[in-house]
Design a protein around this ligand. Structure first.
Ligand SMILES: *[C@@H]1O[C@H](CO)[C@@H](O)[C@H](O)[C@H]1NC(C)=O
Ligand SMILES: *[C@@H]1O[C@H](CO)[C@@H](O)[C@H](O)[C@H]1NC(C)=O
Ligand SMILES: *[C@@H]1O[C@H](CO)[C@@H](O)[C@H](O)[C@H]1NC(C)=O
Ligand SMILES: *[C@@H]1O[C@H](CO)[C@@H](O)[C@H](O)[C@H]1NC(C)=O
Ligand SMILES: *[C@@H]1O[C@H](CO)[C@@H](O)[C@H](O)[C@H]1NC(C)=O
Ligand SMILES: *[C@@H]1O[C@H](CO)[C@@H](O)[C@H](O)[C@H]1NC(C)=O
Ligand SMILES: *[C@@H]1O[C@H](CO)[C@@H](O)[C@H](O)[C@H]1NC(C)=O
Ligand SMILES: *[C@@H]1O[C@H](CO)[C@@H](O)[C@H](O)[C@H]1NC(C)=O
Ligand SMILES: *[C@@H]1O[C@H](CO)[C@@H](O)[C@H](O)[C@H]1NC(C)=O
Ligand SMILES: *[C@@H]1O[C@H](CO)[C@@H](O)[C@H](O)[C@H]1NC(C)=O
Length: 639
């Protein structure tokens, strides 16, 4: 019994593989060569690929057909048994040209291996049965092999997120008649998008964003009848958007932003009934928006900002009841905001800032129950006061900068839940009221460039979620320590930046400014042009995230505290026009990230410490006795 079983086991162990090895020998050789060119495999993804085993039966990531030909090669572990998704690892190495011998291959899936380098082998063009080729998220270089023109059965090709370059071979798309998805984004491809793009007659998704494609969008683009998703953003495309784009009858997502497109928006775009997201921002588009824009039954986002669009905003936009976001900032729109906008029941964001719109703002906008962000800043609205109907809208963000608002801050703001409030560059006067402390939702407050005066009330401390405060260029006076000692509803209420420059604040600053509960993460502190006096607080050195410190013309006396050099992230230190004496601490001038430094017009003396940052002479001028490079050398008697 035992003997018989042992014989069977022995037979299986030694004889069975050689008799019924199913893996085709050419394929096996190719796979072993592929493995051989992987120089580092920290997760042992290819540990099962041993010469003595059957590639079809025991190699992870390999599937064969009944003839023992390899049909699928996928990154092993990709669809592992782990419930928590694919293993996130890397392998180093190059792609073996032997892969071209896998003549039955349908799927080659080697994405997100991160350290795959070198060129894509020309031999891959021999894989005439290939349907899915995924090489994205690696470090491949070189260009797309011209031999890819033979891959006529290809359905999905993803080469995105590599370092590929060069032009797209002109005729390559001619054979891609079965391609459904094409991802080339995040490479350095240049030159024009070939007009053979129009031969991708089945394509539903095209992603070319973040490359260096130039030239025009080919007219043949309009042939891509099944296109649902197209992203050509972040290239150097010029010329106008082809009128043929209206032929993309199934298009849902159109991203053409961040190019150099000119001319008008073709009205044919607004015939695409399926369109949901349209982002054409950051180009040089001109002309007005045709009234036909009102015929987009599924549109959700219109992102047209940073162009040169002009004319009136069509009232027909009011028909777009599915619209959630409208970003039209920084164009040249004129006339009134149509009152029909009150039909936009799903609108969450309305950004019309930096245009040439005129008054009045239609009070009907208060009917927009889902509106969260309203920005109408920098339009010649000549408002006298903040419209009262705004008190009835619960906004998260309100931007009314540069709209001509005069007078005092309206009291209804006290009970507003607004988080981001920008009323800068107006003609606000009067005091910062004590009820400012009731605006406890505030995270961003910009009241700069107004004529507000008064002390900072003690209630300011109640703004326990405030991160960004800009009060520059007003007439505020008195002590500023309530600002630095405000509450922090941890962890959300720490400051990111404070700008109090160009006011009439007086000092001295609390010596412990750097220890306030709201201060530990501040990146920018600007107090220039106030009459603070006293000495620069040493505790500023505790602000470990501080990058920008500007204390120009603030009346500071005494020495520059050496401890400031403990704020290791400082890039900018401007402390000119004070009455600082003593010498410049060596550690400050040698801060690792220092780029901008100015101590001119103080009473400093002594040798300028050696430093590597490139700081101009002018930054040291106007002191009592500074010497050494970049100023003239020190005399023997100076130290
Ligand atoms: C090969 O991969 C494709 C696509 O992922 C899949 O549909 C097919 O079932 C796989 N073939 C085999 C033999 O595993
Ligand atoms: C496999 O590919 C390599 C590299 O292209 C080639 O030199 C070799 O002749 C091929 N082997 C077979 C059997 O086709
Ligand atoms: C490619 O598109 C052009 C222009 O639309 C057409 O004339 C040509 O026949 C197409 N070629 C193939 C191979 O489909
Ligand atoms: C992009 O292309 C332009 C010419 O069209 C060239 O001047 C520029 O260097 C290219 N940029 C990169 C990053 O390749
Ligand atoms: C728009 O055109 C101006 C000159 O007319 C040019 O300076 C600017 O760079 C262009 N912007 C874009 C995004 O192409
Ligand atoms: C406040 O608004 C002014 C323009 O009115 C702008 O220059 C400044 O950068 C804004 N401050 C912040 C912190 O965004
Ligand atoms: C501010 O809040 C206090 C305390 O909750 C309240 O008494 C006061 O009426 C509020 N002020 C305004 C202007 O709403
Ligand atoms: C607001 O601030 C004042 C003064 O600091 C304080 O007395 C008051 O309790 C605070 N109110 C709230 C609601 O925190
Ligand atoms: C800065 O302060 C100086 C003197 O304190 C004053 O003369 C000057 O006008 C101020 N600069 C500005 C732009 O307000
Ligand atoms: C530096 O300035 C401080 C304050 O103005 C003064 O007390 C001190 O004597 C000065 N030191 C020198 C060396 O001038």
């Amino acid at each position: 019994m035992y003997t018989f079983r042992n014989v069977v086991i022995l037979f299986c162990l030694f004889s069975w593989p050689s008799i019924s090895e199913s893996c085709n020998a050419v394929d096996k050789e190719a796979l072993l060569d592929f493995k051989h060119k992987i120089t580092h495999d920290p997760s042992n993804l290819f540990s099962t690929w041993t010469p003595s085993s059957d590639c079809c039966k025991s190699w992870e990531g390999i599937s064969c057909d009944s003839a023992g030909r390899v049909v699928n090669l996928s990154r092993s572990g990709l669809n592992g048994d782990l419930d928590d998704g694919p293993l996130d690892t890397f392998i180093s190495g190059t792609l073996s040209p032997f892969l071209g011998n896998l003549s039955s291959l349908q799927l080659l899936h080697l994405s997100n291996l991160k350290e795959l380098k070198g060129h894509i082998p020309l031999e891959l063009g021999k894989l005439s049965r290939l349907r899915h080729l995924f090489l994205n998220t690696n470090k491949l270089t070189g260009s797309i092999p011209v031999t890819f023109g033979s891959l006529s059965g290809l359905e999905k090709l993803y080469l995105n997120a590599n370092s590929l370059s060069g032009i797209i071979p002109l005729d390559i798309f001619k054979s891609f008649t079965s391609v459904l998805e094409l991802g080339l984004s995040g490479n350095n491809f240049n030159g024009p998008i070939p007009s053979s793009i129009g031969n991708l007659s089945m394509v539903s998704s095209l992603d070319f964003h973040e490359n260096n494609f130039s030239g025009r969008i080919p007219e043949t683009f309009g042939n891509l009848k099944y296109l649902i998703y197209v992203d050509l953003s972040g290239n150097q495309l010029t010329g106008s958007i082809p009128n043929s784009i209206g032929g993309l009858l199934h298009l849902q997502v159109l991203y053409l932003n961040h190019n150099k497109l000119t001319g008008r928006i073709p009205s044919s775009i607004f015939g695409i009934k399926s369109l949901e997201f349209c982002r054409i921002s950051n180009n040089n588009l001109t002309g007005n928006i045709p009234a036909t824009i009102g015929q987009l039954p599924k549109i959700q986002r219109l992102i047209f900002e940073n162009n040169k669009l002009s004319g009136k905003l069509p009232a027909t936009i009011g028909h777009l009841t599915t619209l959630t976001e409208m970003y039209f900032s920084n164009n040249r729109f004129t006339g009134l905001i149509p009152s029909s906008f009150d039909n936009l029941q799903n609108l969450q964001t309305l950004d019309l800032s930096r245009n040439r719109l005129s008054s009045p703002i239609p009070p009907q906008l208060q009917n927009l129950k889902n509106l969260q962000q309203l920005d109408i800043s920098f339009n010649p609205l000549a408002l006298v006061s903040l419209p009262l109907w705004l008190s009835k809208v619960d906004l998260f963000q309100l931007g009314m900068a540069g709209t001509g608002i005069k007078g005092q801050l309206p009291r209804w703001l006290a009970s507003s839940p607004v988080s981001i409030l920008d009323l800068s560059s107006n003609s606000l006067t009067g005091k910062l009221p004590t009820w400012i402390g009731n605006m406890t939702s505030l995270s961003f407050l910009n009241l700069s460039n107004n004529a507000l005066y008064s002390l900072i009330p003690a209630e300011f401390k109640n703004l326990s979620l405030l991160n960004v405060l800009d009060l520059h260029s007003n007439k505020f006076s008195g002590n500023i320590n309530h600002i630095f000692s405000k509450n922090n509803l941890y962890p959300r209420g720490a400051y990111d930046s404070i700008d109090l420059s160009y006011n009439k604040f007086s000092g001295p600053i609390d010596e412990n400014i750097g220890e306030g509960v709201a201060m530990p993460y501040i990146a920018s502190l600007i107090l220039s042009n106030n009459s603070l006096g006293g000495s620069i607080p040493k505790s500023l050195g505790k602000l470990s995230q501080l990058q920008v410190l500007k204390l120009v013309n603030t009346g500071f006396t005494g020495r520059i505290p050496q401890k400031i050099g403990n704020a290791k992230r400082l890039t900018t230190i401007l402390i000119s026009k004070n009455k600082l004496n003593g010498s410049i601490p060596k550690n400050i001038l040698n801060l690792e990230y220092l780029q901008e430094f100015d101590v001119s017009q103080n009473r400093l003396s002594g040798r300028i410490p050696q430093h590597k940052a490139n700081i101009p002479v002018s930054a040291f001028l106007g002191n009592l006795g500074l010497c050494g490079s970049p100023l003239p050398p020190c005399k023997q008697t100076q130290s």
